[in-house]
Design a protein around this ligand. Structure first.
Ligand code: THG
Length: 914
């Protein structure tokens, strides 16, 4: 019995063939070869229609397959890269698509089987080549009309089904969707592949291969590789990888990035180096093999082949490389919700809250409704853009209005957004009560988005059917707590419906629970109707219950619904939302549809108002609503005399120190220039402003975040403002630096590999430069090898490592190990959120025989550096440090603390700068 690809890939690396096009070129075929007698009548040129050769020169195609098999390929690809009706339309050959595909499989199948019979222990497989087509569904062909598309998702699906169904019928062993440059095209191909497998009742492995378009490592349609992974997460994928784009060397970092996160087998088939000025590939087979050997020896891949410029000579180099090869072990499956626009949004519990912008909703904003009615799309887009600027991590879109064609408006608007990278960066929430609008929306977007919403309103059968369909489009889904009896308004009804929905999705459909977002209905309180008084409490309690009992699922809600009865009093409304969120997030609320521009923080609410609101939200006394209404009236009276604008800018009258801190805490960048000019007169040196008031402001933010009184998006805004303040001060600091002052020492700074955060590192850089240190800044995502190499080259006195995310801790240990291996004794400074003294003492210091110092924030760096540079002080400092670390280690042994989680790090301290 012939062994399967699935079996073999566990045992060895499989060799895929090389380029078809490059090989065809070598046969020097002419127009007559392509056309044959049969297609003499077809107008236009047929030379270049390589897939047509399956019909007109099958001997050539067979010969090419044979050469690759002879070279050692386990997998050969059918000559069908362009054999879809869409691509074939260029040659007026749509009518021959089935015939071409069928012929292609037959040719490949025959030779592959011939070789399998010859060497049964090395079975050969036929892989269906599915190209991206010559059109894109994510971009407009007309710069003047960004909403236009040259083909629709549905047209593409139909075309792909025709091709893939034929290839499956012909007997391919796997499907390879390759050279993916547009994720929406790829999603259509995946959808078609699943449909075709159903129709033909043939299940084969699904392989994907992306091509990156620039050295930033994004697809042509702008997605990062991580975002791509989220987009295709719903599919049953066998392998994923990269092809084309670059040579093996240039492709390697992107392949590493992909392999780190992708829970699938990894494939790679690079070009034969970079093209020369004539567009030809002149890397030799030996040179390419040397570079590919690194992939194999480092355990980066499971499948290896070649793309543009490669021939059988290149593939023939591979078999002998396999002796030293290590099999790639796929990454573990994610255990949290993955969403994506152009970038990945991983909803982690440590983020504590994800805010979804509510403003692009025709039912929730009069202004947005008017703009859509008047087709003022540019202005409507500005509303979306502003929400992202205000920190929204997801955007909700709703076009449901009696007088609008919601389906058409949703399509137009989502197509427009696709050409706005600032907006398209984030995942979207497609919000409609109409099923056809939800589907139309999904057909426009390349990322992994949220559909809002479905429910049990019309019974189980419909619910299950809809959920199944949404999954096949790769969406996460909001499930509203509704059933056949209507909206759930009590705790029991809310949890009853959510549990029932969960069981249907998870048990019956085998849904990924992470893709379920429950909405237990935020309903208006303080309406004067007694039955409404416990609505908020019931929502909050239901949230806690769902988080405990329905593992993996998230909870969300439309927060502004809560305060409908206070329409017109925005302050009270925002304060109510802040209070509600504070309590709901403590129970585990993961996300909420909110106005991201809100500026009321839980902590800012005056005590008397807070008590009043908390009485209402937590339903603490029967007269709570009445009392809040009264208070609202008073507040309104008091504020009515002051114009809204004046109220908004009242903080401008504070002393400059407080103004700067206020701006920082609220993330307002607009007045930074003028305030910094003013405060400069009060401090002798510009750097003191960073070390003084700015740092102080950031520490306050850290404390509030730790207490759950600020959310991550607000913190991100804060950090952005800090960055701006530092960039204003930097040139002044440069000027102040005295010429001719001797260097205090040389410091290498880097954000470690896997991490892109650099605000903290940049601040450290500024502060240290002011203290006369020479800074070598290696930037972000710096691999350990580079750090070691540069440290030796530049003979630095100190190395500073920075990182924000949890995996960076591991990477810092890795850097320390590499420094040790290189025999270095250069002191190491550790900083950034998630780093901690405890982790440094337990994990980093023990592996490196040199001082390893954890720094709480950037203000400490210069002091510590001075101690390390002065040899007398250094000895004492290091002794103290070692003693402290020793104590920490002993203590942690006692309490059996083995690893430090982010939660611990957050409680101990929070360094927000990174
Ligand atoms: N759950 C889910 N989806 C939802 C909701 C929900 N989508 C819609 C809604 N509820 C959440 N979005 C909003 C948006 C705006 C307002 C409330 C909820 C709002 N708007 C002001 C008003 O009506 O007073 C409009 C003021 C203006 O015109 O600017 O309050 O619960 N899954």
């Amino acid at each position: 019995m012939k062994r399967t690809i699935q079996e073999l890939i566990c045992e060895r690396i499989l060799i895929l063939d090389g380029a078809m096009g490059t090989m065809i070129q070598q046969y020097n075929l002419q127009e007559e070869d392509f056309r044959g007698e049969r297609f003499a009548h077809v107008p236009g040129q047929l030379k270049g229609n390589n897939d047509l050769l399956n019909l007109t020169r099958p001997d050539v195609i067979q010969d090419i397959h044979r050469k690759y098999l002879e070279a050692g390929a386990d997998l050969i690809e059918t000559n069908t890269f362009n054999a879809t009706s869409i691509s074939m339309a260029d040659y007026h050959m749509e009518a021959y698509v089935r015939e071409i595909n069928l012929a292609a499989v037959k040719i490949a199948r025959e030779v592959a089987d011939e070789y399998t019979i010859k060497t049964p222990d090395k079975p050969r497989f036929v892989i269906a080549s599915i190209g991206p087509t010559n059109k894109t569904t994510s971009m407009s062909p007309d710069v003047n009309n960004p909403a236009l598309r040259s083909m629709t998702y549905d047209e593409l699906v139909v075309s792909y089904i025709e091709q893939i169904e034929t290839l499956l019928t012909g007997g391919v062993d796997a499907i390879l969707i390759e050279t993916i440059f547009d994720t929406l095209n790829a999603k259509a191909a995946i959808y078609a592949a699943e449909e075709a497998m159903q129709r033909t009742n043939k299940q084969v492995p699904l392989m994907l291969s992306i091509t990156v378009s620039d050295i930033g490592g994004r697809t042509l349609s702008g997605q990062t590789l991580d975002a791509f992974l989220a987009s295709v997460q719903h599919a049953n994928i066998f392998s994923i990888g990269l092809n084309c784009s670059f040579g093996a060397r240039q492709l390697k970092p992107f392949l590493e990035q992909l392999a780190l996160k992708a829970p699938y087998y990894i494939s790679a088939y690079p070009n034969a180096g970079l093209p020369n000025s004539l567009g030809l590939y002149d890397q030799s087979p030996k040179e390419m093999a040397m570079q590919v050997k690194e992939y194999l020896d480092e355990g980066l891949v499971n499948i290896i082949g070649g793309c543009c410029g490669t021939t059988d000579k290149y593939i023939a180099e591979y078999p002998s490389l396999l002796n030293t090869a290590k099999l790639h072990v796929p990454a573990t499956k994610p255990t949290n919700l993955w969403l994506s626009g152009l970038e990945l949004l991983e909803v982690k519990s440590e983020m504590n809250f994800v805010n979804i912008g509510e403003r692009c909703n025709v039912a929730g904003s009069r202004k947005f409704l008017r703009l859509i009615q008047e087709k003022k799309y540019d202005e409507a887009l500005s509303i979306a853009r502003k929400q992202v600027e205000d920190g929204a991590l997801i955007l909700d879109f709703n076009m449901d209005d009696g007088l609008l064609d919601a389906k058409e408006e949703m399509t137009t608007f989502l197509n427009l957004i696709a050409s706005e990278p600032e907006i398209a960066r984030v995942p979207l929430m497609i919000d409609s009560s109409k099923w056809e609008v939800l589907l139309a929306g999904l057909k426009c977007v390349q990322g992994k988005h949220i559909v809002n919403s479905i429910s049990l309103k019309e019974g189980e059968a419909k619910f299950v059917e809809q959920a199944r369909t949404l999954r096949s489009y790769g969406a996460a889904v909001v499930v509203m707590a509704f059933d056949e009896n209507g909206q759930a308004d009590t705790f029991e009804r809310k949890i009853g419906i959510c549990e029932r929905a969960y069981r249907l999705l998870v048990d019956k459909l085998n849904y990924n629970p992470c893709d379920i977002i429950f909405d237990p209905n935020v309903l208006a309180i303080a309406t004067g109707i007694e039955e409404h008084n416990n609505y908020a409490v019931d929502f909050i309690k239901a949230t806690g219950w769902i988080k405990k009992n329905l593992p993996g699922a998230s909870v969300s809600g439309g927060i502004s619904n809560l305060s409908f009865s206070f329409r017109g009093n925005n302050y009270i409304r925002e304060a109510m939302h802040a209070v509600f969120l504070y309590h709901a997030i403590r129970e585990g609320l993961d996300m909420g549809i909110v106005n991201p521009a809100t500026s009321v923080l839980y902590n800012d609410i005056p005590q008397d108002v807070l008590i009043c609101i908390e009485d209402v939200v937590l339903n603490r006394r029967p007269d709570a609503a009445g009392r809040l209404v009264e208070l609202a009236e008073q507040l309104k009276g008091a504020t009515e005399t002051v114009s809204a604008e004046a109220k908004h800018t009242a903080w401008r009258d504070l002393p400059v120190n407080d103004r700067l801190q206020y701006a920082l805490m609220k993330g307002i960048g607009d007045y930074l220039e003028q305030d910094i000019q003013e405060i400069l007169t009060q401090y002798p040196k510009a750097v003191d402003i960073i070390e003084g008031p700015l740092m102080e402001g950031m520490s306050k933010v850290g404390v509030l975040f730790g207490e759950g009184k600020m959310f991550l998006p607000q913190v991100v805004k804060t950090a952005r403002t800090m960055k701006k303040a530092v960039s204003i001060l930097q040139p002044i600091i440069e000027e102040e630096k005295q010429e001719g002052v001797a260097s205090a020492g040389k410091v290498l700074l880097a954000t470690v590999k896997g991490d892109v955060h650099d605000i903290g590192k940049n601040i450290v850089s500024v502060v240290m430069a002011c203290n006369s240190y020479e800074i070598i800044d290696l930037g972000v995502m710096v691999p350990a090898e580079t750090i070691v190499q540069k440290a030796i080259e530049a003979k630095v006195d100190m190395i500073g490592l920075s990182g924000l995310i949890t995996p960076s801790l591991e990477e810092m240990v890795h850097v320390a190990v590499e420094l040790q291996k290189a025999g270095l004794h250069i002191p190491l400074l550790i900083g950034g959120a998630t780093t901690s003294k405890l982790h440094t003492a337990l994990k980093i210091a023990p592996v490196y025989n040199a001082p390893v110092v954890h720094l709480k924030d950037a203000s400490q760096n210069a002091t510590v550096a001075n101690k390390l540079m002065n040899l007398n002080n250094r000895k004492e400092f290091v002794e103290e440090l070692n003693y402290e670390y020793e104590q920490l280690r002993e203590k942690s042994n006692e309490s059996k603390v083995i690893s430090v989680s982010l939660e611990d790090a957050r409680k101990n301290k929070l360094n927000l700068f990174d």
